[in-house]
Structure formats: C-alpha cells, structure tokens
Ligand binder design. Sequence first.
Ligand code: R5P
Length: 354
Amino acid sequence: MQPLIRLAPSGAIHLPPRGGKGSLRDPLSVDIDRATERGGHNGMMKIVAGNSNRPLAEGICSYLNLPMVKAVVKRFNDMEVFVEIQENVRGQDMFVVQSTSFPANDHLMELLIIIDALKRASAKRITAVLPYFGYARQDRKPGPRTPISAKLVANLITRAGADRVLTLDLHAGQIQGFFDIPTDNLFAGPVMVRDIKRHNDIGNTVVVSPDVGGVVRARALAKRLDTPLAIVDKRRERAGETEVMNIIGDVEGKCCILIDDIVDSGGTLCNAGEALLAKGAKDVTAYITHGVLSGGAVTRVTSSKLKELVITDSIQPTEAVKIARNIRVIPIASLLGEAIGRTSREESVSSLFE
Ligand code: R5P
C-alpha cells in the first residue's frame, strides 16, 4: 500500500459542540424555536463531511448541536481517495455533507466513497447533503452524441448507496426526477428575501432575470418581494452578429436585483448588469445562490459596476471572494441544519420553502 498524504489539513476531525443550539444561527435563519432532537425514526442522526466545504459542515453541526463524526478523507500519492469512518455508525441516520464543487470530480469521488464506507459500516439510512450539486447544468443533450451528465451523477450517488438527497437551488427543478430516491430541493429564496429587505429600498426595486431561462426563479422572488419584474433578453439576430441585450420591463431610475442560481465566469451577470445600467438603472445588485466563480470571475465582478454580488456559502468561498470589495457571502448552515434535523425526525420540510 502506498503511503497516505493529506489533502486537507483536517484529516481526522472531531468537532465538539460549539455552544449549544443555534449558537452560529445567523439573523437570516429560518424561525425555528423548537429544540432540535438528535434521535429520529432512522437511528441517531450523525453528520460526516468530505473536504469540499468543512466550514459549512461545521456550521450545520453547530446548529444541530452535534459533533461531526470522526473520519479521515485522504489521498494516496496517486490521488486516489481513501476514507475511514473512525466511529461506530451501525444503525445510524447518516448525513454526508459534500458539495460537488471545484475540483468537482475529486469531491464527487469523496462523496461516493464516503457513502460506500457508511453503507459497508451498516448505517441505517444515508442522506447525501449536496449544498451545491455540480454537473446540474448538463441536464440535457445540447447536441448529438453528448451525455446527460447530471443523470449519470445522480445514478452514481444512488448506486453508491444514498437513500435520500437533500440539496439547494437545483439548476432546474426537474433534476429531482433524475434521482430514483426521495430528493428535497431547498430554496435560498427566503434567506435572500430577508437580506434584500434589509439592504434595499424595496419601494424602488425591480427584480431582474439575467436571461429568459431564469424567468421562473425571478418571478417567484418578485412575487415574494411584491416588486415588478424585468428580463434581460439576449438575442443574436443572425449567425456571426454580436448578441444584443434587450431589456423587457422598466428599469429606469430603479434599483435592480438580478437573481440567478449560479455565477460561474461572471459573464451572464456582468453583461446583464451593464445592459441594465445602460438603460438607466440606478444601481444593480445580484443575488446568486452558488458562487462557482471560476477563472477570473472574481476580478470580473470586482472591476464591474455591480453595486454588490451576494452569494451563499453553498460553495466554500475562496480568499479572493472573502476580500472582494463588492462580494458578500450569506450563510445557509441554519437552513440546511434545520432541514437535516426535520428529515431525521421524519417531519415536513416544506415550511422551509416559504
Ligand atoms: C445558466 O443557465 C445559469 O443559470 C447561469 O446563468 C450560468 O451558469 C452563469 O454562468 P456564467 O457566470 O459563466 O455566465
């Protein structure tokens, strides 16, 4: 056997409870006053995490007042993943917290192997908690002889041994149907609405979809905020011509709130922002659930005229994100923690959508 090397500084992890229920609860959290019980109908609830977003997993444990399960998630020299669950999980209700974010394939393999380890350790039920489900954008064949990778990844997670999936703002709601196991798709919307109301003059606000594909999401937010809706409609009239950005709706003198599920290169966001400002918008703020922010995206956002980009911590923010002048991260540990607690107790999670 080759020697093991650590990928993350946290090899064996044992986190003691940090100050009781809700000690990390942020002011945006859902209004839950009941004490979270540890036990459920499916054994004792336990949380284990891969390396994709340790701070979020710690926040969830803190919300639930649970220690994280002792486990090592390491690499062999050739970067194969090795997992060892270092405590008894027999008959337990296990929740594996792992976003399949950058590096997507490594984090996906960690998730699959942790699930396999738990299954072979006789866990009673395993829920894959995917704050960000990577590969979701590949949810259809964009052309002949191309894969539907989102379905393949859903199959992998299911075949590895997951009994349930808990995720957040799937790129498209229909992806729930790619999993042949119960799948709960939480929304960051309620958390965002509270933040928007706190930081914006709602009376002069218009919610904007950055493309036609995002209209359903934007309309839902506009309804919650009771604001008008506008749409950025990108069109290329003829092949070879530059795309034209048309704005459907009145944005002149308005504070625009762009809403989207993913910011990756930042292209969609920054182009939409420029088009809105060119049409006389007073300012543009963006609320986007998953800050993928690859390549030069952070620089693109910081050098844009966007007033602010607000993302959640479904993907662990990089140092560049943390110090960016116009990017702010809002926590979602309490939302996920509450959903995990309710799932374990076999309670409804639908009120978390409101
Ligand atoms: C697309 O359908 C998504 O909702 C996002 O708009 C897209 O992934 C953003 O990508 P980028 O930041 O690279 O423009």
